[in-house]
Design a protein around this ligand. Structure first.
Ligand code: NAD
Length: 429
């Protein structure tokens, strides 16, 4: 039986619910199969001992969850974060995130499975030296090195990790395996080490493509459409930049320090410059500081949650005023909010599709590393666009046919694809 730990909100329980909903649509009633689809294949919890600059030893905790590899090697980011629920909560979070990666790769139509990793650490809150961070990253890479590899499990960046950490993980893995250059073990690398062009913008660009598709379906023009963005990191800023290029106006933004609104609009480049200088979007000239709830429920056409899980609950969903939600973050909407948003006629492009641009270009980075051929920005972005547009069309058709929201439609398609691979492989022995 699947045991569900009782947190106020348990992300893994949410992921299980979404799988059960998809199984209901597909008529999969076998409890064993449902459990097979829900549980990770492997969950590794590691102790990371590190000697700090002051000579003292500190122990950090890390995770790597490998959810499903029926369609290809495990794939998924590594985040450095300290969720409020602590280490035990993070374990559930990583399990859920690895499950979402499985469904994300399947709906995007790329031959990879689902994985996710994390260290319980917040480098934005606590100051670590460059050397300390490198020791933490490399020791974690060593601890998970036995289960990752170019044909096994390929990590990538996520919250508060960047190409720098990916380079260190690649280098550590290579040293441990006696190879000088093993770029295909990880994606999201700097270009100088075999990274792909367009990978840095991929998640946000993919979200913008999905929002564009949704707008077309409901006959809504993006010209002067008002956008609010929660989270101003990699996913949020590029979603904002590309939506702005498509004609939208950014009226709201936020980061961990607070949220701001200016109904007249704010230019992305100016916001980015301000954030780079001040470390936050708060205080941007002409804007008003508001609560997170005010940002999420502001009078806008498009809402981009691009921060963390569990931002949109039932109470907030009731007050949301937009037409389209493009989930650039993973798991921003609670299951209780989905039916409310659906009844209000709001199209929610779910995380597994709306932020799949990142993993799709990661897949092409891996392909380039494996073949030794390197492609241009436009070529890679076009490949990604095709995956997402096809995924969107498939899911939209199913959502109309089955009269279900886009999340259920995406999940049903993804589960069907994984089931097909699972049945073809069979259970060994
Ligand atoms: P990032 O570290 O670049 O940025 C995270 C941003 O969230 C920061 O601006 C931070 O200030 C903000 N933030 C943190 N707590 C917040 C809060 N309580 N309220 C508002 N903002 C808050 O991370 P990212 O890579 O942009 O990831 C953001 C989300 O997108 C995550 O859910 C991640 O899993 C998802 N995602 C990212 C990628 C990718 O390629 N980077 C791919 C798929 C999904």
């Amino acid at each position: 039986m699947i045991t569900l730990v009782k947190f106020d909100v348990d992300p893994f329980a949410n992921s299980v619910k979404q799988i059960n909903d998809a199984c209901d649509i597909l008529g999969i009633n076998d409890k064993g199969v449902r459990e097979y689809l829900a549980m990770p294949n492997k969950m590794m919890r590691v102790k990371i001992p590190v000697r700090m600059d002051n000579g003292k030893i500190r122990i950090f905790t890390g995770f790597r969850s490998q959810h499903n590899n029926d369609r290809g090697p495990y794939k998924g980011g590594i985040r450095y974060f300290d969720p409020e629920g602590g280490v035990e909560y993070m374990e559930r979070e990583v399990m859920a995130l690895s499950s979402w990666m499985t469904w994300k790769c399947a709906i995007a139509g790329i031959p990879l499975g689902g994985g996710k990793g994390a260290i319980y650490i917040n480098p934005k809150k606590e100051k670590f030296s460059r050397i300390e961070m490198s020791r933490i990253t490399r020791r974690f890479a060593f601890m998970i090195s036995e289960i990752i590899g170019p044909q096994k499990d390929i990590p990538a960046p996520d919250v508060y990790t960047t190409g720098k950490e990916m380079a260190q993980i690649m280098d550590t893995y290579g040293k441990l395996n006696g190879v000088t250059h093993q770029p295909a073990v990880i994606t999201g690398k700097p270009i100088a080490l075999g990274g792909s062009l367009a990978r840095n913008v991929a998640t946000g660009l993919g979200t913008a493509y999905c929002v564009r598709e949704a707008a077309q379906k409901i006959g809504f023009s993006l010209k002067d459409a008002k956008v609010a963005i929660q989270g101003f990191g990699n996913a949020g800023t590029f979603a904002g930049e590309y939506l702005e290029k498509m004609g939208c106006i950014i009226i709201g933004a936020s980061d961990s320090k607070g949220s701001i609104i200016n109904t007249k609009g704010m230019k992305m480049k100016d916001l980015e410059k301000w954030k780079a200088k001040k470390g936050t979007v708060v205080g941007f000239p002409g804007s008003t500081k508001v609560t997170t709830e005010k940002l999420l429920t502001s009078k806008c056409d498009i809402l981009i949650p691009a921060a963390l899980e569990h931002q949109i609950n039932a109470a907030i969903a009731k007050k949301i005023q937009c037409k389209i939600i493009g989930e650039s973050a993973n798991g921003p909407t609670l299951p209780e909010a989905d039916p409310i948003l659906y009844k209000k006629g709001i199209i929610v492009v779910p995380d597994i599709l709306a932020n799949a641009g990142g993993v799709t270009i990661s897949y092409y980075e891996w392909v380039q590393n494996n073949t030794g051929q390197y492609w241009g920005f436009v070529q890679v972005a076009k490949l990604m666009e095709n995956h997402l547009v096809t995924g969107f069309k498939d899911a939209y058709e199913l959502s109309l046919k089955k009269k279900v929201d886009m999340r259920r439609a995406c999940m049903a398609i993804a589960v069907k694809r994984v089931m097909e691979a699972f049945e073809l492989r069979g259970i060994w022995p």
